[in-house]
Design a protein around this ligand. Structure first.
Ligand SMILES: Nc1nc2c(ncn2[C@@H]2O[C@H](COP(=O)(O)OP(=O)(O)OP(=O)(O)O)[C@@H](O)[C@H]2O)c(=O)[nH]1
Ligand SMILES: [Mg+2]
Length: 427
């Protein structure tokens, strides 16, 4: 079974708590505080596994929680850090924010990506001894590990994609020019999931070719296998638009091209404007002097596309096609790597699932704002840095804190207190 879109929940480990403890040794009258720090929680890390090309592994496992840090111990002993949790995904997996659908990260570049950072271990009480406070009976709790819902979407990485009606010979072409062994048969929808093949070129750079299930008229509305599989040719730099030029099924190749163009357009503007070569397959059973073939040639010429005749049955024209593709690719920019679409603030807020509740309490004219997410937020803000402060402010606006303060009757110049961080209200 092929799975290319799944929603998962990930949570980094919480930081361990700091310890409260005092030295107890023979001959030492009043031992000082010696409570150790909690260990950091493990992070959630995504890593590319080149050995897979489906998200099937996530069908039955959707929750991933990294280890928490151990609590600190007596005698200044640190708690052990939690192990990072590494999640393996196929090349070309996109991580999206599950709620907004916005891209967080594209795994196409092959590098590890830290999706959620582990919580920090809390300080043990030994850090809190001061000349006036020699017996600190408290320590800091560890902070919570980040958590979020992520939509994994696989968009395979290929340079060229084969698109066209069912049965026109897309898989046959792939099997002829690469070592891939896709299923080939004389009926529609033989191919049920995408296939990739590596094509080597004698005088030029090799490339990766993707074969996807055939499209039919109305694919965008879910007819046939639908147009969902087009996501796997979305990164392709060049499309091979394959037609059965022998018209063996009685359809007109011109109409075929028009219909597929229309379905591509419905999928995305960007895909429909991708450079194409029209590949007229089954040339072995075609009379190129037929009027409809001449008409077809004129039609393709007018549409500004290149036309190449091939036969996956006899091998005719395939070498020329492969060389042409390699040549065209050499002039094109690299395969698309998607940029993140989610802003910094939304990204941060998405990492504190379900903890954005805020309460406002007024005491002696001071507006106290509380909420667990704010504690975590404060931990991330550097108050000496302008950008960091700006980020903090945007997070407050975005999360409705400012509105809530207004509802509570605040006016400009009043004091706001968020866990001892105080500022004047001027919004
Ligand atoms: N005569 C002839 N037959 C071909 C040629 N290429 C493919 N065929 C036949 O056409 C039929 C369909 O080929 P496939 O490669 O499975 O077609 P497809 O486009 O991948 O079809 P779907 O996976 O169903 O979308 C098979 O019976 C092939 O043997 C060709 O160049 N000449
Ligand atoms: Mg096929």
């Amino acid at each position: 079974m092929f799975v290319d879109n799944v929603k998962i929940y990930v949570k980094a480990g919480d930081g361990g708590d700091g310890a409260v403890s005092f030295r107890r040794e023979k001959y030492v009258a009043a031992g000082g505080p010696d409570g150790g720090d909690g260990g950091n929680g493990g992070s959630i890390i995504f890593r590319v596994d080149t050995g897979t090309n489906t998200l099937l592994a996530f069908r039955y496992k959707r929750k991933f929680i990294a280890e928490r840090g151990e609590n600190g111990k007596a005698c200044k002993m640190w708690g052990k850090g939690g192990e990072d949790l590494v999640i393996l995904v196929p090349p070309g997996t996109l991580l999206r924010d599950a709620d907004s659908g916005k891209i967080i990260h594209d795994m196409a570049n092959g590098e590890d990506f830290v999706a959620c950072k582990g919580g920090r271990g809390g300080w043990g009480n030994r850090h809190f001894a001061t000349p006036t406070r020699q017996i600190p009976r408290f320590a800091k709790k560890g902070t919570a590990g980040e958590e979020r819902n992520i939509q994994l979407e696989l968009k395979m990485i290929a340079d060229v994609g084969l698109v066209g009606f069912p049965n026109v010979g897309k898989s046959s072409i792939l099997s002829r020019v690469s070592a891939a062994k896709p299923k080939i048969a004389d009926y529609h929808f033989t191919t049920l999931s995408p296939n990739l093949g590596v094509v080597s070129v004698s005088e030029g750079k090799g490339f990766v070719m993707a074969d996807i299930p055939g499209l039919i008229e109305g694919a965008a509305d879910g007819l046939g296998l639908g147009h969902e599989f087009l996501r796997h040719v979305d990164r392709c730099r060049l499309l091979l638009h394959v037609v059965d030029i022998s018209a063996s099924e009685g359809r007109s190749p011109i109409e075929d091209i028009e219909k597929i163009d229309f379905e591509l357009e419905k999928y995305s503007k960007s895909l429909s404007s991708r450079p194409q070569i029209v590949v007229a397959n089954k040339a072995d059973i075609t009379d190129r002097d037929d009027d409809y073939v001449k008409e077809f040639e004129a039609f393709v010429r007018e549409s500004g596309r290149e036309l190449m005749y091939v036969s996956a049955a006899t091998g005719e024209g395939l070498r020329e096609l492969v060389n042409k593709v390699s040549e065209r690719l050499a002039e094109m920019p690299d395969t698309t790597v998607y940029e993140p679409e989610i802003g910094e603030v939304d990204n941060m807020l998405a990492k504190s699932v379900g903890t954005t509740d805020t309460t406002v309490r007024v005491e002696d004219g001071v507006y106290y704002v509380e909420g667990e997410w704010l504690l975590n937020l404060l931990g991330q803000v550097n108050f000496d840095d302008y950008e960091s402060l700006d980020f903090f402010q945007r997070a407050l606006i975005k999360n409705g804190v400012i509105d809530k303060l207004r509802e509570s009757g605040i006016s400009d110049g009043d004091t706001v207190n968020i866990y001892d961080f105080e500022f004047d209200f001027v919004f």
